[in-house]
Design a protein around this ligand. Structure first.
Ligand SMILES: Nc1ncnc2c1ncn2[C@@H]1O[C@H](COP(=O)(O)OP(=O)(O)OP(=O)(O)O)[C@@H](O)[C@H]1O
Length: 237
């Protein structure tokens, strides 16, 4: 599904991502944790094709990301701090816009499906500016899965959400995982990460320092492992 081979990223002569290699299989839900400045966002930009590696190769669904081709973009869905939604347009209009850009077939039927999936069918015709932050995040998910991408990338999807919205987001993520979607999420929220995802990666100083299955790991146990790995860099977890 996703194959990362020795990717490196340098900016202004500074090495931000050291050679990193890993594979993500179909249906896996991988969460990446790490202290501030570890390189998580940079890795996210590389994998979601927003920037290119200085060295190394990325394959998504068997296709190499050699250039920023629109073909490969159809294989991915991206959720970040920015919702990529137009405030003055309704959910329906926003999704029609993206559906056309991604040449989604049977667009009206697909829009109904994704809005039902994220529980927003009642708000189809409402302008996005009237949505709460949590509803906007759910619509952002609907937008990101509209074209049925092979893999969904999420960068800090919990930012700005209250407990109720976090719970709803978790339910949507859980259904996506159950539906055998491939998910790759960056977060500081390690408790939800442990509960939802099936694999955890820890990145520190641009390197992967931990890569393991979440099965059976208790949150207190993981906290100790994490602090040992990242040392004094972060005491937040
Ligand atoms: N465009 C850039 N120019 C120069 N340095 C950069 C650039 N982007 C990132 N960096 C540096 O690369 C390192 C990793 O940054 P990155 O944003 O990927 O970390 P992060 O793990 O996402 O951090 P945070 O948790 O704070 O968001 C940091 O030292 C940062 O200052």
């Amino acid at each position: 599904m996703l194959v990362v081979e020795n990717i490196e990223k340098s900016i202004g002569g500074k090495n931000i991502i050291s050679p990193v290699s890993f594979e993500v299989k179909q249906g896996e839900f991988v969460t990446v944790l790490g202290p501030n400045g570890a390189g998580k966002s940079t890795l996210f930009k590389l994998l979601s094709l927003a920037t290119q590696p200085t060295k190394g190769k990325i394959f998504i669904n068997g296709k190499q990301a050699s250039s920023l081709s629109s073909d490969l973009r159809k294989e991915i869905g991206v959720i970040s701090h920015h919702t990529f939604l137009y405030d003055n347009l309704s959910a329906l209009e926003n999704l029609r816009f993206y559906g056309q850009a991604y040449q989604v077939s049977n667009i009206e039927k697909r829009i109904k499906e994704v809005l039902r999936y994220v529980g927003l069918q009642m708000y189809t015709y409402d302008a996005v500016r009237t949505y709460s932050r949590g509803m906007q995040q759910r619509l952002a998910i609907a937008r990101a899965i509209l074209h049925n991408p092979a893999i969904l990338f999420l960068d800090e999807p919990y930012t700005g959400l209250d407990q109720h919205a976090i719970q709803i987001l978790n339910e949507v993520l859980e259904s996506l995982h159950k539906d055998n979607r491939t998910l790759f999420m960056i977060t500081h929220n390690y408790e939800d990460a442990l509960a939802l995802s099936n694999r955890l990666l820890v990145i520190a100083k641009g390197r992967i320092v931990y890569d393991a299955d979440t099965t059976g790991i208790k949150s207190e146990e993981f906290r100790k492992i994490y602090l040992k790995l990242v040392g004094s860099e972060e005491r937040r977890v």
